[in-house]
Design a protein around this ligand. Structure first.
Ligand SMILES: *Cc1c(COP(=O)(O)O)cnc(C)c1O
Length: 394
C-alpha cells in the first residue's frame, strides 16, 4: 500500500528526543529557544515563537492583531477547518471568499467586496504549500489598513518571488505567518506550531499568551538568584511546545533542504507521468511561486466520480484523499456562524452549499490528493499513474 504521506524521521530524531528527556528540562526550555532561532534563520524572520500547533498559532496571531468578539475576519472556507475555527475562538465571524480554481488559493479580486466596517483582519492560506497571491492581497489590505495573517501550515520551505528575489514564506510578507509541524505537513514534531513576525511587540504578546500570560517566563525565573513572584495580567493559554518536540524539530530542520529537493523532483515527475491522462487537471504553479508540494492535487476529468476513482486506486494499493474541505459545509458551521461576501444577512443559501463559493465546493468535490513523500520510489509514482489511468478509463 502506498500511503498518502509519511514523515521522514529516524535515529537523529530519536536521539534528539532522548537528549531532551535526559537533560532534565522537558518543556519550553533551551531546545525550544534554539528551535525558534534556527527556524527564524531558515525563513529569514526577525522573530519566531514556538507553540503547540498551527491552530493555537493562528489563535494567538488573531488575538495579537486585535481581533475581538463581534469582529469579522476575511478568509477562505476551502481550507482545513482549523483556519476558520481560529477566527471563531476569538468570538469573531469568518467571512468566506471564493478561491482561484487553478491555485486553490484565495482569489484576491474577491477580497475588497468582502471587507466591511467590522473587518478586523485578513487571514490568507498558502494552501497545500502553494504560495497565495500575497502581493495582491497586501495591496488590498494596505488600502483598508488591515493586518494580514498568513496560514502557512503547509508552506514550510515554499518560496515567493519578492522584488526580484526568491524569499521563503514566513519572512513574513504579511504581518504574522503561522506554521504547522503535524505529521501530515512537510516536517514534524508530532504536533507543534510556529509564529513568525517582524513586530517585536506581537512576538512578546505570543510569548506571554502561550504560557498563561505569566509575567515571568520559566527560563527567567530558573536563571535568577533573586526570588521572583509572577503575576497574570491577562487571560492566557497553555499553548507551550515541549523541549522534546523542539529537539526533534531541530533535526527535522536540518533535513528540510533535502526534503524540499525530493518533494520538488517528485512534483516534477508527477507532471511528466500524468501529463497525457485525458481530461486530468494538473496543479498550477504561478511563475512567482515555488511550492513544496505538501499535497499534490489533481482535478478529475468531467464525469468521473470522485469516490469511485478513489476506491479503484485504493483497491490497487494507492491511498488518496479527497480535495481540501470547505468549512461552511460542515455541521460545525451552521448559518449565522459565518458569512460570505455579501455579509451575514445577504446569504440565503441552504446548508452545505453557498452560491458565492462555487469554486471552493467544486475543488472539494472534483479533486483528489495523490501520495507524495520523501523517499517515494520511482516505481511507486509509476504505480500511482498507472492505477489512476486505469481508474479513469474503467
Ligand atoms: C494542518 C493545517 C492547520 C492546522 O495545523 P495544526 O498544527 O494541526 O493545528 C491549519 N491550517 C491549514 C491550512 C492546515 O493545513
Amino acid at each position: 500500500m502506498i500511503p498518502i504521506a509519511k514523515p521522514l524521521m529516524g535515529e537523529p530524531e530519536a536521539e534528539a528526543a532522548r537528549r531532551a528527556i535526559l537533560s532534565g528540562w522537558v518543556t519550553q526550555g533551551p531546545e525550544v529557544a534554539a528551535f525558534e532561532r534556527e527556524f527564524a534563520a531558515f525563513v529569514g524572520a526577525p522573530h519566531a515563537c514556538a507553540v503547540s500547533s498551527c491552530t493555537t498559532a493562528l489563535h494567538l496571531a488573531l488575538l495579537a492583531v486585535g481581533v475581538q468578539p463581534g469582529d469579522e475576519v476575511v478568509t477562505v472556507s476551502h481550507s482545513y477547518i482549523a483556519t476558520a475555527n481560529s477566527v471563531r475562538y476569538c468570538g469573531a465571524t469568518p467571512v468566506f471568499v471564493d478561491i482561484d480554481p487553478h491555485t486553490f488559493n484565495l482569489d484576491p479580486s474577491l477580497l475588497e467586496p468582502a471587507i466591511g466596517d467590522r473587518t478586523r483582519a485578513i487571514l490568507c492560506v498558502h494552501q497545500m504549500g502553494m504560495p497565495c497571491d500575497l502581493r495582491a492581497i497586501l495591496e488590498v489590505a494596505a488600502r483598508h489598513s488591515l493586518p494580514v495573517i498568513e496560514d502557512a501550515a503547509c508552506a514550510i520551505g515554499s518560496e515567493i518571488l519578492w522584488d526580484g528575489n526568491w524569499e521563503r514564506i514566513g519572512k513574513p510578507h504579511g504581518d504574522v505567518a503561522c506554521f504547522s509541524f503535524h505529521p501530515r505537513k512537510v516536517i514534524s514534531t508530532g504536533d507543534g506550531g510556529m509564529l513568525t513576525t517582524a513586530n517585536a511587540d506581537w512576538d512578546a504578546r505570543f510569548r506571554l499568551l502561550r504560557q498563561h500570560a505569566m509575567s515571568v517566563p520559566d527560563r527567567v525565573r530558573h536563571g535568577s538568584d533573586q526570588v521572583i513572584f509572577e503575576s497574570y495580567p491577562l487571560l492566557g493559554y497553555n499553548y507551550r511546545m515541549t523541549d522534546i518536540q523542539a529537539a526533534v524539530g531541530r533535526e527535522q530542520l536540518m533535513r528540510l533542504p533535502d526534503i524540499l529537493d525530493q518533494r520538488r523532483s517528485l512534483g516534477a515527475r508527477y507532471r511528466a507521468l500524468l501529463a497525457e491522462l485525458p481530461g486530468l487537471g494538473l496543479p498550477m504553479e504561478p511563475s512567482w511561486a515555488r511550492t513544496n508540494w505538501q499535497s499534490y492535487a489533481v482535478r478529475l476529468p468531467r464525469g468521473s466520480e470522485q469516490r469511485v476513482v478513489m476506491q479503484s486506486l485504493l483497491t490497487n494499493g494507492v491511498s488518496t484523499r479527497r480535495g481540501i474541505m470547505c468549512a461552511h459545509r460542515e455541521a460545525a458551521y451552521p448559518r449565522g456562524s459565518w458569512s460570505c461576501q455579501t455579509g451575514a444577512d445577504g446569504c440565503d443559501c441552504g446548508p452545505e452549499t453557498c452560491r458565492r463559493l462555487p469554486r471552493s465546493e467544486q475543488a472539494q468535490d472534483e479533486t483528489i490528493l495523490l501520495p507524495l513523500f520523501p523517499h517515494m520510489r520511482r516505481e511507486q509514482q509509476e504505480q500511482v499513474a498507472t492505477s489512476l489511468r486505469a481508474a479513469l478509463s474503467g
